[in-house]
Design a protein around this ligand. Structure first.
Ligand SMILES: Nc1ncnc2c1ncn2[C@@H]1O[C@H](COP(=O)(O)OP(=O)(O)OP(=O)(O)O)[C@@H](O)[C@H]1O
Ligand SMILES: [Mg+2]
Length: 599
Protein backbone atom coordinates (compact mmCIF):
# COMPACT_ATOMS: atom_id res chain seq x y z
CA UNK A 1 0.00 0.00 0.00
CA UNK A 2 1.34 3.37 -0.98
CA UNK A 3 1.35 5.64 2.00
CA UNK A 4 0.73 9.35 1.88
CA UNK A 5 3.72 11.60 2.15
CA UNK A 6 4.61 12.12 5.76
CA UNK A 7 3.86 15.86 5.70
CA UNK A 8 0.34 15.24 4.54
CA UNK A 9 -0.13 12.76 7.36
CA UNK A 10 1.16 15.27 9.89
CA UNK A 11 -0.90 18.30 8.87
CA UNK A 12 -4.19 17.14 10.43
CA UNK A 13 -2.52 17.34 13.83
CA UNK A 14 -1.65 20.99 13.27
CA UNK A 15 -5.12 22.22 14.05
CA UNK A 16 -5.95 25.74 12.94
CA UNK A 17 -2.33 26.83 12.55
CA UNK A 18 -1.82 25.04 9.24
CA UNK A 19 -0.22 28.15 7.66
CA UNK A 20 2.72 28.00 10.02
CA UNK A 21 4.51 25.27 8.18
CA UNK A 22 4.32 26.72 4.65
CA UNK A 23 5.26 30.06 6.21
CA UNK A 24 8.33 28.46 7.77
CA UNK A 25 9.31 26.96 4.42
CA UNK A 26 8.91 30.27 2.59
CA UNK A 27 10.84 32.20 5.25
CA UNK A 28 13.57 29.61 5.19
CA UNK A 29 13.77 29.98 1.41
CA UNK A 30 13.99 33.78 1.71
CA UNK A 31 16.71 33.47 4.30
CA UNK A 32 18.72 31.26 1.96
CA UNK A 33 18.45 33.89 -0.77
CA UNK A 34 19.50 36.63 1.63
CA UNK A 35 22.49 34.54 2.63
CA UNK A 36 23.65 34.29 -0.97
CA UNK A 37 23.39 38.05 -1.60
CA UNK A 38 26.63 38.94 0.28
CA UNK A 39 28.61 36.58 -1.96
CA UNK A 40 27.33 38.34 -5.04
CA UNK A 41 28.07 41.73 -3.53
CA UNK A 42 31.57 40.75 -2.48
CA UNK A 43 32.17 39.49 -6.00
CA UNK A 44 30.88 42.78 -7.34
CA UNK A 45 33.14 44.83 -5.05
CA UNK A 46 36.20 42.75 -5.89
CA UNK A 47 35.46 43.11 -9.57
CA UNK A 48 35.15 46.91 -9.27
CA UNK A 49 38.36 47.18 -7.24
CA UNK A 50 40.34 44.99 -9.61
CA UNK A 51 39.08 46.39 -12.89
CA UNK A 52 39.48 50.11 -12.18
CA UNK A 53 41.52 50.71 -9.02
CA UNK A 54 42.09 54.38 -9.78
CA UNK A 55 38.37 55.12 -10.09
CA UNK A 56 37.20 53.52 -6.90
CA UNK A 57 34.26 55.23 -5.44
CA UNK A 58 34.59 54.58 -1.71
CA UNK A 59 30.99 55.57 -1.01
CA UNK A 60 29.71 53.00 -3.48
CA UNK A 61 31.90 50.30 -2.04
CA UNK A 62 30.95 50.96 1.53
CA UNK A 63 27.30 51.02 0.43
CA UNK A 64 27.68 47.56 -1.08
CA UNK A 65 29.58 46.39 1.96
CA UNK A 66 26.79 47.58 4.24
CA UNK A 67 24.23 46.01 1.96
CA UNK A 68 26.11 42.71 2.16
CA UNK A 69 26.25 42.99 5.92
CA UNK A 70 22.58 43.87 6.21
CA UNK A 71 21.44 41.04 4.02
CA UNK A 72 23.61 38.57 5.96
CA UNK A 73 22.03 39.79 9.21
CA UNK A 74 18.62 39.83 7.52
CA UNK A 75 19.16 36.22 6.47
CA UNK A 76 19.81 35.24 10.07
CA UNK A 77 16.76 37.13 11.35
CA UNK A 78 14.46 35.67 8.73
CA UNK A 79 15.82 32.19 9.49
CA UNK A 80 15.05 32.84 13.14
CA UNK A 81 11.43 33.58 12.25
CA UNK A 82 11.33 30.54 10.00
CA UNK A 83 12.46 28.38 12.89
CA UNK A 84 9.99 30.06 15.17
CA UNK A 85 7.04 29.21 12.93
CA UNK A 86 8.32 25.71 12.28
CA UNK A 87 8.68 25.18 16.04
CA UNK A 88 5.19 26.46 16.68
CA UNK A 89 3.88 24.10 14.02
CA UNK A 90 5.96 21.25 15.41
CA UNK A 91 4.73 21.82 18.96
CA UNK A 92 1.17 21.87 17.68
CA UNK A 93 1.71 18.56 15.97
CA UNK A 94 3.44 17.11 18.99
CA UNK A 95 0.64 18.16 21.33
CA UNK A 96 -1.95 17.10 18.76
CA UNK A 97 -0.45 13.64 18.43
CA UNK A 98 -0.20 13.22 22.18
CA UNK A 99 -3.80 14.31 22.63
CA UNK A 100 -5.08 11.98 19.94
CA UNK A 101 -2.96 9.15 21.37
CA UNK A 102 -4.14 9.74 24.92
CA UNK A 103 -7.76 10.06 23.87
CA UNK A 104 -7.45 6.81 22.00
CA UNK A 105 -5.94 5.13 25.04
CA UNK A 106 -8.96 6.12 27.08
CA UNK A 107 -11.27 4.32 24.68
CA UNK A 108 -9.15 1.18 24.62
CA UNK A 109 -10.57 -1.96 26.17
CA UNK A 110 -9.17 -2.30 29.69
CA UNK A 111 -7.63 -5.61 28.71
CA UNK A 112 -5.34 -3.76 26.30
CA UNK A 113 -3.33 -2.63 29.30
CA UNK A 114 -2.80 -6.21 30.41
CA UNK A 115 -1.25 -6.99 27.09
CA UNK A 116 0.77 -3.83 26.48
CA UNK A 117 3.22 -2.51 28.99
CA UNK A 118 2.80 1.11 30.00
CA UNK A 119 6.38 1.71 28.88
CA UNK A 120 5.57 0.62 25.35
CA UNK A 121 2.43 2.72 25.16
CA UNK A 122 4.29 5.72 26.50
CA UNK A 123 7.00 5.19 23.91
CA UNK A 124 4.52 5.12 21.04
CA UNK A 125 2.76 8.29 22.14
CA UNK A 126 5.63 10.36 23.57
CA UNK A 127 8.61 9.37 21.51
CA UNK A 128 6.56 9.34 18.32
CA UNK A 129 5.51 12.90 18.97
CA UNK A 130 9.09 13.84 19.87
CA UNK A 131 10.49 12.38 16.66
CA UNK A 132 8.11 14.32 14.47
CA UNK A 133 9.07 17.43 16.42
CA UNK A 134 12.71 17.19 15.36
CA UNK A 135 11.65 16.55 11.79
CA UNK A 136 9.19 19.44 11.51
CA UNK A 137 10.97 22.01 13.61
CA UNK A 138 14.49 21.64 12.29
CA UNK A 139 14.89 19.38 9.32
CA UNK A 140 12.01 20.58 7.22
CA UNK A 141 12.98 24.29 7.08
CA UNK A 142 16.53 23.25 6.23
CA UNK A 143 15.18 21.00 3.53
CA UNK A 144 13.32 23.93 1.94
CA UNK A 145 16.60 25.85 1.95
CA UNK A 146 18.48 23.03 0.36
CA UNK A 147 15.99 22.76 -2.45
CA UNK A 148 15.94 26.46 -3.27
CA UNK A 149 19.62 27.27 -2.91
CA UNK A 150 20.99 24.85 -5.54
CA UNK A 151 18.63 26.39 -8.08
CA UNK A 152 19.78 29.92 -7.27
CA UNK A 153 23.39 28.89 -7.00
CA UNK A 154 23.50 27.06 -10.29
CA UNK A 155 21.82 29.95 -12.10
CA UNK A 156 24.30 32.37 -10.54
CA UNK A 157 27.28 30.22 -11.32
CA UNK A 158 26.31 29.98 -14.97
CA UNK A 159 25.37 33.66 -15.27
CA UNK A 160 28.57 35.10 -13.86
CA UNK A 161 30.81 33.21 -16.27
CA UNK A 162 29.48 30.00 -17.74
CA UNK A 163 32.93 28.52 -18.45
CA UNK A 164 34.20 28.95 -14.92
CA UNK A 165 30.72 27.97 -13.78
CA UNK A 166 30.98 24.64 -15.56
CA UNK A 167 34.45 24.09 -14.12
CA UNK A 168 33.17 24.69 -10.60
CA UNK A 169 30.22 22.36 -11.26
CA UNK A 170 32.44 19.40 -12.14
CA UNK A 171 33.31 18.46 -8.54
CA UNK A 172 29.72 19.09 -7.48
CA UNK A 173 28.36 16.80 -10.17
CA UNK A 174 30.92 14.13 -9.33
CA UNK A 175 30.06 14.53 -5.65
CA UNK A 176 26.40 14.23 -6.43
CA UNK A 177 26.89 11.03 -8.43
CA UNK A 178 28.90 9.54 -5.58
CA UNK A 179 26.21 10.49 -3.14
CA UNK A 180 23.48 8.94 -5.25
CA UNK A 181 25.49 5.75 -5.25
CA UNK A 182 25.71 5.87 -1.49
CA UNK A 183 21.99 6.38 -1.08
CA UNK A 184 21.19 3.92 -3.89
CA UNK A 185 19.08 0.86 -3.22
CA UNK A 186 22.13 -1.03 -2.09
CA UNK A 187 23.20 1.74 0.24
CA UNK A 188 19.67 2.07 1.56
CA UNK A 189 19.31 -1.65 2.15
CA UNK A 190 22.49 -1.47 4.07
CA UNK A 191 21.17 1.39 6.09
CA UNK A 192 18.03 -0.52 6.93
CA UNK A 193 20.00 -3.59 7.94
CA UNK A 194 22.26 -1.41 9.99
CA UNK A 195 19.37 0.09 11.94
CA UNK A 196 17.73 -3.30 12.31
CA UNK A 197 20.83 -4.78 13.86
CA UNK A 198 21.17 -1.75 16.10
CA UNK A 199 17.62 -2.27 17.30
CA UNK A 200 18.18 -5.98 17.77
CA UNK A 201 21.23 -5.28 19.87
CA UNK A 202 19.38 -2.86 22.10
CA UNK A 203 16.40 -5.17 22.59
CA UNK A 204 18.72 -8.09 23.35
CA UNK A 205 20.47 -5.96 25.93
CA UNK A 206 17.14 -5.17 27.58
CA UNK A 207 16.23 -8.87 27.57
CA UNK A 208 19.59 -9.69 29.04
CA UNK A 209 19.26 -7.21 31.88
CA UNK A 210 15.66 -8.21 32.52
CA UNK A 211 16.64 -11.85 32.75
CA UNK A 212 19.61 -11.39 35.09
CA UNK A 213 17.82 -12.37 38.33
CA UNK A 214 16.50 -15.60 36.82
CA UNK A 215 19.72 -16.33 35.02
CA UNK A 216 21.81 -15.84 38.14
CA UNK A 217 19.57 -18.04 40.23
CA UNK A 218 19.92 -20.83 37.72
CA UNK A 219 23.60 -20.25 37.12
CA UNK A 220 23.09 -19.91 33.36
CA UNK A 221 24.86 -16.61 32.77
CA UNK A 222 26.95 -17.77 29.83
CA UNK A 223 23.98 -19.07 27.85
CA UNK A 224 21.90 -15.99 28.26
CA UNK A 225 24.80 -13.75 27.39
CA UNK A 226 25.25 -15.70 24.18
CA UNK A 227 22.32 -14.07 22.38
CA UNK A 228 23.33 -10.61 23.48
CA UNK A 229 26.89 -11.34 22.51
CA UNK A 230 25.71 -12.62 19.13
CA UNK A 231 23.75 -9.46 18.48
CA UNK A 232 26.76 -7.30 19.41
CA UNK A 233 28.89 -9.20 16.95
CA UNK A 234 26.26 -9.00 14.25
CA UNK A 235 26.14 -5.28 14.79
CA UNK A 236 29.91 -5.08 14.62
CA UNK A 237 29.90 -6.99 11.32
CA UNK A 238 27.26 -4.66 9.96
CA UNK A 239 29.18 -1.55 10.96
CA UNK A 240 32.32 -2.91 9.39
CA UNK A 241 30.57 -3.89 6.18
CA UNK A 242 28.86 -0.52 6.16
CA UNK A 243 32.16 1.26 6.67
CA UNK A 244 33.90 -0.75 3.96
CA UNK A 245 31.11 -0.09 1.48
CA UNK A 246 31.25 3.60 2.16
CA UNK A 247 34.99 3.96 2.64
CA UNK A 248 35.96 4.61 -0.95
CA UNK A 249 32.99 6.64 -2.14
CA UNK A 250 33.02 8.68 1.06
CA UNK A 251 36.74 9.50 0.79
CA UNK A 252 36.30 10.35 -2.86
CA UNK A 253 33.28 12.48 -2.05
CA UNK A 254 35.06 14.41 0.72
CA UNK A 255 38.09 15.07 -1.47
CA UNK A 256 36.20 15.99 -4.61
CA UNK A 257 33.87 18.38 -2.82
CA UNK A 258 36.83 20.34 -1.48
CA UNK A 259 38.62 20.49 -4.82
CA UNK A 260 36.90 23.32 -6.67
CA UNK A 261 40.22 25.15 -6.98
CA UNK A 262 41.67 22.12 -8.73
CA UNK A 263 39.26 22.68 -11.64
CA UNK A 264 38.98 26.45 -11.40
CA UNK A 265 42.70 27.26 -11.59
CA UNK A 266 43.28 25.54 -14.97
CA UNK A 267 40.12 27.15 -16.32
CA UNK A 268 41.14 30.63 -15.11
CA UNK A 269 44.63 30.16 -16.57
CA UNK A 270 43.10 28.98 -19.81
CA UNK A 271 40.79 32.01 -19.97
CA UNK A 272 43.61 34.46 -19.26
CA UNK A 273 45.79 32.75 -21.84
CA UNK A 274 42.97 33.16 -24.34
CA UNK A 275 43.15 36.95 -23.75
CA UNK A 276 40.55 37.24 -21.03
CA UNK A 277 40.32 40.33 -18.91
CA UNK A 278 42.68 39.61 -16.00
CA UNK A 279 40.84 41.54 -13.23
CA UNK A 280 37.51 40.12 -14.34
CA UNK A 281 38.75 36.53 -14.47
CA UNK A 282 40.42 36.99 -11.11
CA UNK A 283 37.34 38.42 -9.43
CA UNK A 284 35.22 35.62 -10.90
CA UNK A 285 37.77 33.12 -9.65
CA UNK A 286 37.45 34.51 -6.12
CA UNK A 287 33.68 34.36 -6.40
CA UNK A 288 33.71 30.68 -7.35
CA UNK A 289 36.20 29.79 -4.65
CA UNK A 290 33.93 31.48 -2.12
CA UNK A 291 30.69 29.97 -3.29
CA UNK A 292 31.62 26.31 -3.88
CA UNK A 293 31.76 25.28 -0.19
CA UNK A 294 28.10 26.23 0.21
CA UNK A 295 27.24 23.35 -2.11
CA UNK A 296 29.23 20.93 -0.06
CA UNK A 297 27.36 21.70 3.12
CA UNK A 298 24.02 21.62 1.29
CA UNK A 299 24.66 18.19 -0.15
CA UNK A 300 25.81 16.94 3.23
CA UNK A 301 22.59 18.13 4.84
CA UNK A 302 20.36 16.62 2.19
CA UNK A 303 22.02 13.24 2.69
CA UNK A 304 20.17 12.81 5.98
CA UNK A 305 16.77 13.77 4.65
CA UNK A 306 15.66 10.35 3.58
CA UNK A 307 16.58 8.91 6.92
CA UNK A 308 14.79 11.65 8.83
CA UNK A 309 11.68 11.24 6.73
CA UNK A 310 11.87 7.50 7.34
CA UNK A 311 12.11 8.00 11.10
CA UNK A 312 9.16 10.40 11.14
CA UNK A 313 7.20 7.94 8.99
CA UNK A 314 7.89 5.06 11.35
CA UNK A 315 6.77 7.13 14.32
CA UNK A 316 3.54 7.92 12.45
CA UNK A 317 3.06 4.25 11.58
CA UNK A 318 3.36 3.20 15.20
CA UNK A 319 0.83 5.81 16.27
CA UNK A 320 -1.52 4.85 13.42
CA UNK A 321 -1.31 1.22 14.52
CA UNK A 322 -2.39 2.28 17.96
CA UNK A 323 -5.20 4.38 16.54
CA UNK A 324 -6.39 1.48 14.39
CA UNK A 325 -6.82 -0.73 17.44
CA UNK A 326 -10.54 -1.50 17.77
CA UNK A 327 -12.28 0.77 20.27
CA UNK A 328 -14.48 -0.48 22.99
CA UNK A 329 -17.84 1.09 22.37
CA UNK A 330 -19.34 2.29 25.55
CA UNK A 331 -23.03 2.80 25.83
CA UNK A 332 -24.31 6.34 26.21
CA UNK A 333 -27.44 5.10 28.00
CA UNK A 334 -28.20 6.41 31.41
CA UNK A 335 -30.23 3.43 32.52
CA UNK A 336 -29.38 1.97 35.84
CA UNK A 337 -28.62 -1.63 36.33
CA UNK A 338 -31.40 -3.12 38.40
CA UNK A 339 -30.03 -5.40 41.08
CA UNK A 340 -26.39 -6.24 41.65
CA UNK A 341 -26.35 -9.72 40.22
CA UNK A 342 -23.73 -11.05 37.82
CA UNK A 343 -24.55 -13.58 35.16
CA UNK A 344 -22.61 -15.32 32.37
CA UNK A 345 -24.76 -16.77 29.60
CA UNK A 346 -22.94 -19.19 27.27
CA UNK A 347 -19.89 -17.00 27.22
CA UNK A 348 -16.96 -17.89 24.95
CA UNK A 349 -13.84 -15.86 24.51
CA UNK A 350 -10.39 -16.18 22.91
CA UNK A 351 -7.53 -13.77 23.38
CA UNK A 352 -6.43 -11.94 20.28
CA UNK A 353 -4.00 -13.97 18.24
CA UNK A 354 -4.81 -17.21 20.05
CA UNK A 355 -6.89 -19.89 18.40
CA UNK A 356 -7.60 -21.61 21.68
CA UNK A 357 -10.70 -20.61 23.60
CA UNK A 358 -9.68 -19.20 26.97
CA UNK A 359 -13.35 -19.39 27.98
CA UNK A 360 -15.57 -22.00 26.40
CA UNK A 361 -19.32 -21.63 26.72
CA UNK A 362 -19.53 -20.78 30.40
CA UNK A 363 -22.82 -20.07 32.18
CA UNK A 364 -23.42 -19.25 35.82
CA UNK A 365 -25.43 -16.80 37.87
CA UNK A 366 -24.43 -14.97 40.98
CA UNK A 367 -27.41 -13.40 42.76
CA UNK A 368 -27.14 -10.16 44.63
CA UNK A 369 -25.28 -10.70 47.91
CA UNK A 370 -24.05 -14.19 47.01
CA UNK A 371 -20.44 -15.28 47.08
CA UNK A 372 -19.05 -17.65 44.52
CA UNK A 373 -15.51 -19.01 44.33
CA UNK A 374 -13.58 -20.03 41.24
CA UNK A 375 -10.91 -22.64 41.79
CA UNK A 376 -8.86 -24.78 39.44
CA UNK A 377 -5.49 -25.35 37.87
CA UNK A 378 -3.35 -22.50 36.70
CA UNK A 379 -4.22 -21.25 33.22
CA UNK A 380 -7.77 -22.60 33.47
CA UNK A 381 -9.34 -19.23 32.75
CA UNK A 382 -10.32 -17.90 36.18
CA UNK A 383 -8.75 -14.48 35.81
CA UNK A 384 -10.22 -14.25 32.32
CA UNK A 385 -13.72 -14.75 33.73
CA UNK A 386 -13.20 -11.88 36.18
CA UNK A 387 -11.84 -9.69 33.38
CA UNK A 388 -14.88 -10.39 31.22
CA UNK A 389 -17.19 -9.55 34.11
CA UNK A 390 -15.56 -6.12 34.37
CA UNK A 391 -15.62 -5.83 30.55
CA UNK A 392 -11.88 -5.75 30.06
CA UNK A 393 -12.68 -7.43 26.79
CA UNK A 394 -15.89 -8.03 24.90
CA UNK A 395 -16.96 -11.64 24.71
CA UNK A 396 -16.93 -13.48 21.38
CA UNK A 397 -20.16 -15.33 22.05
CA UNK A 398 -22.84 -15.16 24.73
CA UNK A 399 -23.58 -12.39 27.18
CA UNK A 400 -22.25 -11.02 30.42
CA UNK A 401 -25.06 -9.47 32.44
CA UNK A 402 -24.71 -7.16 35.41
CA UNK A 403 -27.97 -6.47 37.22
CA UNK A 404 -29.74 -8.10 34.30
CA UNK A 405 -28.28 -5.69 31.71
CA UNK A 406 -25.67 -6.66 29.14
CA UNK A 407 -22.37 -5.03 30.13
CA UNK A 408 -22.16 -3.65 26.59
CA UNK A 409 -25.26 -1.56 27.30
CA UNK A 410 -24.13 -0.24 30.63
CA UNK A 411 -22.37 3.12 30.55
CA UNK A 412 -18.70 2.87 31.44
CA UNK A 413 -18.96 5.03 34.54
CA UNK A 414 -21.88 3.09 35.91
CA UNK A 415 -20.23 -0.26 35.32
CA UNK A 416 -17.05 0.89 37.00
CA UNK A 417 -19.01 2.24 39.95
CA UNK A 418 -20.71 -1.10 40.38
CA UNK A 419 -17.58 -3.21 40.33
CA UNK A 420 -14.44 -3.33 42.45
CA UNK A 421 -11.62 -5.46 41.10
CA UNK A 422 -8.72 -6.55 43.26
CA UNK A 423 -6.10 -7.95 40.92
CA UNK A 424 -3.92 -10.99 41.25
CA UNK A 425 -0.88 -8.75 41.21
CA UNK A 426 -1.61 -5.28 42.36
CA UNK A 427 0.23 -2.17 41.37
CA UNK A 428 0.29 0.75 43.74
CA UNK A 429 0.72 4.22 42.34
CA UNK A 430 3.80 6.18 43.07
CA UNK A 431 1.84 8.37 45.45
CA UNK A 432 1.18 8.47 49.16
CA UNK A 433 -0.53 5.48 50.73
CA UNK A 434 -3.48 7.70 51.53
CA UNK A 435 -3.90 8.59 47.84
CA UNK A 436 -3.53 4.94 46.97
CA UNK A 437 -6.35 4.03 49.32
CA UNK A 438 -8.65 6.96 48.62
CA UNK A 439 -7.98 6.85 44.88
CA UNK A 440 -10.51 9.08 43.18
CA UNK A 441 -13.13 8.91 45.88
CA UNK A 442 -13.91 12.42 47.00
CA UNK A 443 -14.96 13.76 50.38
CA UNK A 444 -13.81 10.83 52.46
CA UNK A 445 -13.52 11.39 56.19
CA UNK A 446 -10.51 10.27 58.18
CA UNK A 447 -12.74 7.81 59.97
CA UNK A 448 -13.75 5.98 56.81
CA UNK A 449 -10.13 5.73 55.71
CA UNK A 450 -9.10 4.37 59.09
CA UNK A 451 -11.87 1.84 59.03
CA UNK A 452 -10.80 0.60 55.62
CA UNK A 453 -7.23 0.34 56.86
CA UNK A 454 -8.34 -1.70 59.86
CA UNK A 455 -10.72 -3.92 57.93
CA UNK A 456 -8.11 -4.66 55.31
CA UNK A 457 -5.63 -5.60 58.05
CA UNK A 458 -3.26 -2.89 56.85
CA UNK A 459 -2.79 -1.09 60.16
CA UNK A 460 0.54 -2.73 60.99
CA UNK A 461 1.89 -1.95 57.50
CA UNK A 462 1.19 1.72 58.02
CA UNK A 463 2.59 1.81 61.51
CA UNK A 464 5.93 0.57 60.23
CA UNK A 465 6.24 3.35 57.65
CA UNK A 466 8.16 6.55 58.40
CA UNK A 467 5.32 8.96 57.57
CA UNK A 468 2.40 6.62 58.14
CA UNK A 469 -0.38 7.11 55.65
CA UNK A 470 1.48 9.95 53.97
CA UNK A 471 4.49 7.87 53.01
CA UNK A 472 5.01 7.99 49.29
CA UNK A 473 5.22 4.52 47.76
CA UNK A 474 8.38 3.61 45.94
CA UNK A 475 10.33 6.54 47.38
CA UNK A 476 13.41 6.11 49.53
CA UNK A 477 13.12 2.37 49.66
CA UNK A 478 9.55 2.20 50.90
CA UNK A 479 8.32 -0.76 48.98
CA UNK A 480 5.68 -3.15 50.17
CA UNK A 481 5.69 -6.89 49.73
CA UNK A 482 3.19 -8.39 47.29
CA UNK A 483 0.92 -9.53 50.11
CA UNK A 484 1.07 -6.12 51.74
CA UNK A 485 0.24 -4.46 48.44
CA UNK A 486 -2.79 -6.66 48.05
CA UNK A 487 -4.01 -5.66 51.49
CA UNK A 488 -3.73 -1.99 50.52
CA UNK A 489 -5.63 -2.82 47.32
CA UNK A 490 -8.32 -4.39 49.50
CA UNK A 491 -8.50 -1.18 51.54
CA UNK A 492 -8.95 0.71 48.28
CA UNK A 493 -11.78 -1.61 47.27
CA UNK A 494 -13.40 -1.14 50.69
CA UNK A 495 -13.30 2.60 50.36
CA UNK A 496 -14.81 2.32 46.89
CA UNK A 497 -17.59 0.22 48.38
CA UNK A 498 -18.94 -1.07 45.08
CA UNK A 499 -21.79 -3.60 45.32
CA UNK A 500 -20.00 -6.20 43.18
CA UNK A 501 -16.53 -7.34 44.17
CA UNK A 502 -14.14 -9.35 41.99
CA UNK A 503 -11.19 -10.69 43.92
CA UNK A 504 -8.29 -12.38 42.25
CA UNK A 505 -6.39 -13.81 45.14
CA UNK A 506 -2.67 -13.33 45.01
CA UNK A 507 -0.84 -16.59 44.33
CA UNK A 508 2.65 -15.58 45.22
CA UNK A 509 2.43 -14.85 48.91
CA UNK A 510 1.87 -18.08 50.63
CA UNK A 511 3.19 -17.16 54.06
CA UNK A 512 0.58 -18.20 56.61
CA UNK A 513 0.59 -14.87 58.42
CA UNK A 514 -0.26 -12.90 55.32
CA UNK A 515 -2.72 -15.50 54.12
CA UNK A 516 -4.58 -15.30 57.38
CA UNK A 517 -4.72 -11.50 57.27
CA UNK A 518 -5.88 -11.46 53.66
CA UNK A 519 -8.55 -14.01 54.54
CA UNK A 520 -9.86 -11.74 57.25
CA UNK A 521 -9.79 -8.73 54.95
CA UNK A 522 -11.65 -10.62 52.22
CA UNK A 523 -14.42 -11.56 54.62
CA UNK A 524 -14.89 -7.95 55.65
CA UNK A 525 -14.88 -6.72 52.09
CA UNK A 526 -17.29 -9.25 50.70
CA UNK A 527 -19.74 -8.87 53.52
CA UNK A 528 -23.16 -8.11 52.06
CA UNK A 529 -21.76 -7.83 48.52
CA UNK A 530 -22.03 -9.86 45.38
CA UNK A 531 -18.61 -11.47 45.38
CA UNK A 532 -16.60 -13.52 42.96
CA UNK A 533 -13.44 -14.85 44.60
CA UNK A 534 -10.73 -16.53 42.62
CA UNK A 535 -9.18 -18.70 45.28
CA UNK A 536 -5.77 -20.25 45.12
CA UNK A 537 -5.94 -21.54 48.67
CA UNK A 538 -8.92 -23.60 49.56
CA UNK A 539 -9.24 -22.09 53.05
CA UNK A 540 -10.98 -19.14 51.41
CA UNK A 541 -13.74 -21.19 49.87
CA UNK A 542 -15.16 -23.47 52.53
CA UNK A 543 -18.10 -21.29 53.40
CA UNK A 544 -18.91 -19.59 50.10
CA UNK A 545 -22.33 -20.16 48.57
CA UNK A 546 -21.00 -22.04 45.58
CA UNK A 547 -17.73 -23.21 44.13
CA UNK A 548 -17.00 -23.49 40.41
CA UNK A 549 -14.07 -25.65 39.39
CA UNK A 550 -12.68 -24.18 36.18
CA UNK A 551 -10.72 -26.38 33.82
CA UNK A 552 -9.66 -25.50 30.28
CA UNK A 553 -12.03 -22.57 30.14
CA UNK A 554 -15.09 -24.53 31.16
CA UNK A 555 -16.92 -25.33 34.40
CA UNK A 556 -15.87 -28.85 35.36
CA UNK A 557 -17.68 -29.09 38.67
CA UNK A 558 -20.11 -26.88 40.52
CA UNK A 559 -21.58 -26.98 44.03
CA UNK A 560 -20.99 -26.25 47.67
CA UNK A 561 -17.85 -27.34 49.47
CA UNK A 562 -19.66 -30.29 51.05
CA UNK A 563 -21.34 -31.34 47.76
CA UNK A 564 -18.10 -31.28 45.89
CA UNK A 565 -16.26 -33.26 48.56
CA UNK A 566 -18.95 -35.91 48.42
CA UNK A 567 -18.77 -36.11 44.67
CA UNK A 568 -15.14 -37.22 44.84
CA UNK A 569 -14.04 -35.46 41.65
CA UNK A 570 -11.44 -32.83 40.86
CA UNK A 571 -12.33 -30.73 43.86
CA UNK A 572 -11.98 -33.69 46.19
CA UNK A 573 -8.47 -34.34 44.86
CA UNK A 574 -7.57 -30.68 45.21
CA UNK A 575 -8.88 -30.67 48.76
CA UNK A 576 -6.97 -33.78 49.77
CA UNK A 577 -3.78 -32.34 48.36
CA UNK A 578 -4.46 -29.10 50.14
CA UNK A 579 -4.96 -30.91 53.45
CA UNK A 580 -1.67 -32.64 52.98
CA UNK A 581 0.11 -29.33 52.48
CA UNK A 582 -1.54 -27.88 55.53
CA UNK A 583 -0.56 -30.93 57.56
CA UNK A 584 2.95 -30.61 56.28
CA UNK A 585 3.04 -26.93 57.22
CA UNK A 586 1.79 -27.61 60.71
CA UNK A 587 4.30 -30.38 61.15
CA UNK A 588 7.06 -28.08 59.95
CA UNK A 589 5.92 -25.37 62.32
CA UNK A 590 6.00 -27.73 65.26
CA UNK A 591 9.44 -29.06 64.51
CA UNK A 592 11.20 -25.82 63.52
CA UNK A 593 8.95 -23.43 65.38
CA UNK A 594 7.95 -21.09 62.51
CA UNK A 595 5.17 -18.64 63.06
CA UNK A 596 5.25 -18.39 66.85
CA UNK A 597 2.59 -16.47 68.73
CA UNK A 598 1.12 -14.71 65.72
CA UNK A 599 -0.25 -17.69 63.89
N1 LIG B 1 -3.55 -11.23 28.21
C1 LIG B 1 -3.57 -12.43 27.66
N2 LIG B 1 -3.34 -12.59 26.34
C2 LIG B 1 -3.37 -13.80 25.76
N3 LIG B 1 -3.64 -14.92 26.40
C3 LIG B 1 -3.89 -14.86 27.71
C4 LIG B 1 -3.87 -13.61 28.41
N4 LIG B 1 -4.16 -13.84 29.70
C5 LIG B 1 -4.36 -15.17 29.81
N5 LIG B 1 -4.21 -15.79 28.62
C6 LIG B 1 -4.37 -17.23 28.36
O1 LIG B 1 -5.71 -17.56 28.69
C7 LIG B 1 -5.78 -18.77 29.43
C8 LIG B 1 -6.45 -18.55 30.77
O2 LIG B 1 -5.64 -17.69 31.56
P1 LIG B 1 -6.09 -17.10 32.96
O3 LIG B 1 -5.13 -16.04 33.32
O4 LIG B 1 -7.52 -16.72 32.90
O5 LIG B 1 -5.89 -18.36 33.91
P2 LIG B 1 -6.07 -18.48 35.49
O6 LIG B 1 -7.04 -19.56 35.70
O7 LIG B 1 -6.36 -17.15 36.06
O8 LIG B 1 -4.62 -18.95 35.94
P3 LIG B 1 -3.85 -18.67 37.33
O9 LIG B 1 -4.45 -19.59 38.33
O10 LIG B 1 -2.45 -19.04 37.03
O11 LIG B 1 -4.02 -17.23 37.65
C9 LIG B 1 -4.34 -19.26 29.54
O12 LIG B 1 -4.15 -20.22 28.54
C10 LIG B 1 -3.50 -18.04 29.25
O13 LIG B 1 -2.33 -18.41 28.59
MG1 LIG C 1 -5.25 -15.87 37.28
Amino acid sequence: MKKEFVLKRLTPYMGRKKVLLPLALILSGISVCLNIVPFVLVWYIVREVLSAPQLINITDISFYAWLAFTSAIGGIIVYFFALMSSHLAAFRVEVGMQKVGMKKILSMPLGFFDQHSSGKIRKIVNDGAGTTHAFLAHQLPDMAGSIISPIILISLILLVDWRMGLASLVPIILGFITMSFMSSTKGNDFQKQYFDSLEEMSSESVEYVRGIPVVKTFGQSIYSFKRFHGSIFKYKEMVLAFTFLWRKPMSFYTVIMQSAAFFLIPMATFLIGRGGNLPLVLSNFIFYILISPIFTSLLMKSMHFRRNIMIAEQAMDRLDNLLDYPNMNYSKNTENTGSHSLEFKNVSFSYEGSNKRAIDSISFKLNEGETIALVGASGGGKTTIARLAARFWDVDEGEVLVGGANVKDIPKKELMENISFVFQSTKLFKASLRENVVFGKEGLGEEEINQAIDFSQSREIIEDLPNGLDTVMGSKGTYLSGGEQQRIALARAMVKNAPIVLLDEATAFADPENEHLIQKALKKLSHGKTTLIIAHRLTSVQDVDRILVIENGAIAEEGSHADLLDRGGIYRTMWDEYQETVAWKIAAKETIGIGGQNA
